[in-house]
Write a protein that binds this ligand. Structure first.
Ligand SMILES: CC(C)(COP(=O)(O)OP(=O)(O)OC[C@H]1O[C@@H](n2cnc3c(N)ncnc32)[C@H](O)[C@@H]1OP(=O)(O)O)[C@@H](O)C(=O)NCCC(=O)NCCS
Length: 290
């Protein structure tokens, strides 16, 4: 087997689309592929692509679509590093190998190439990605490649009218590293628990006010109470957002020992734009497939 490695080109579009449709449960919009073959990634920045092509047949047998992002990210993948913090990270959007070429070390080769690209980028502290919770083949691959399973993200993927959780796998580069293994466990202090209980209470109160408001929309005092509460809660939210993220991490630990974060808990505005999240009809290149 003679494989050549190259960057993506416009003529790859249909083949990549068909491979993505075969490999992943998530369906991507056509603009995702249009952008991909132009090398345009999330936030309009440039993609790093690795295409493995069988020289004899001229067909694509493997790919990795990744991109270097500025860190810290404005989304849920916070808190990836202990100090020092890097200026960039590599995010792998999609990775796949044709069934005919699996278990021959091709994914390892492609991932090593991704890592080399990331390492050559000054200030790039890690390569990371998300994987759906039942993809054991991929998880074995990442573990073998010294990726760490950092955390679990609830309701990350949405397809077939269901939500699915994902795991965040990360491989640190250079001298960058994650928080101490005990970091998240240490958040389980009495004070951390107190903050968590307060947070749950706030969510409950917010829900109650919203429910009452929806039943009595014409009573001004209820509306003002609600907006007063919301504005207070929002102020309080912004003051405590960083603490809350840590608390949310602390309160839920999954069976694999990874922290499991529900997005509603970990962020003040649940449902805000989440560039790495995928839905059944994902739009544009702001989505992940792994
Ligand atoms: C996951 C995938 C990329 C692996 O590609 P591959 O080229 O077969 O992987 P490699 O040959 O480099 O395998 C390296 C190691 O990964 C692990 N691995 C790969 N496939 C595996 C499988 N089906 N079951 C268990 N472990 C597996 C093994 O540890 C393997 O080493 P070994 O062959 O010496 O046992 C490929 O199966 C694929 O494209 N799947 C569909 C798309 C997908 O799931 N992408 C990843 C999304 S996160």
């Amino acid at each position: 087997m003679s494989i050549i490695f190259r960057e993506v080109q416009v003529s790859d579009r249909d083949q990549l689309m068909s491979m993505h449709n075969d490999f992943f449960p998530v369906r991507y919009s056509t603009s995702f592929y249009d952008d991909m073959v132009q090398g345009i990634g999330m936030f309009g920045s440039q993609l790093c692509t690795i295409i493995a092509e069988d020289q004899q047949s001229g067909t694509i047998v493997g790919f990795a679509i990744s991109q270097i992002l500025k860190y810290p990210l404005q989304v849920e993948d916070y808190d990836l590093f202990a100090n020092p913090q890097p200026s960039h990270v590599m995010y792998i959007l999609t990775l796949g190998v044709a069934a005919s070429h699996r278990r021959q070390g091709l994914a390892v080769d492609i991932l090593n190439r991704c890592r080399s690209k990331a390492e050559s980028h000054v200030g790039c502290g890690a390569v990371f990605l998300h994987v759906i919770h039942y993809n054991t083949a991929a998880m074995q691959l990442y573990s073998r490649m010294s990726f760490e399973k950092l955390r679990c993200l609830e309701d990350f993927y949405h397809f077939d009218n269901q939500s699915h959780r994902s795991f965040l796998f990360i491989r640190y580069l250079h001298d960058y590293h994650g928080r101490d293994k005990d970091y998240e466990a240490n958040q389980m202090t009495p004070f951390g628990l107190l903050l968590a209980v307060r947070e749950w209470g706030m969510s409950g109160l917010r829900l109650l006010v919203d429910t009452v408001k929806s039943y009595l929309p014409s009573i001004p005092s209820i509306s003002s109470l609600s907006s007063l509460f919301s504005s207070w809660a929002n102020n309080s939210d912004s003051r405590n957002s960083s603490n809350r993220q840590k608390v949310a991490v602390a309160v839920s630990v999954d069976s694999c020992g990874s922290s499991c974060t529900g997005h509603g808990h970990s962020h003040g505005s649940a449902g805000s734009s989440t560039p790495f999240r995928s839905s059944s009809s994902a739009s544009s290149s702001s989505e992940s497939a792994v």
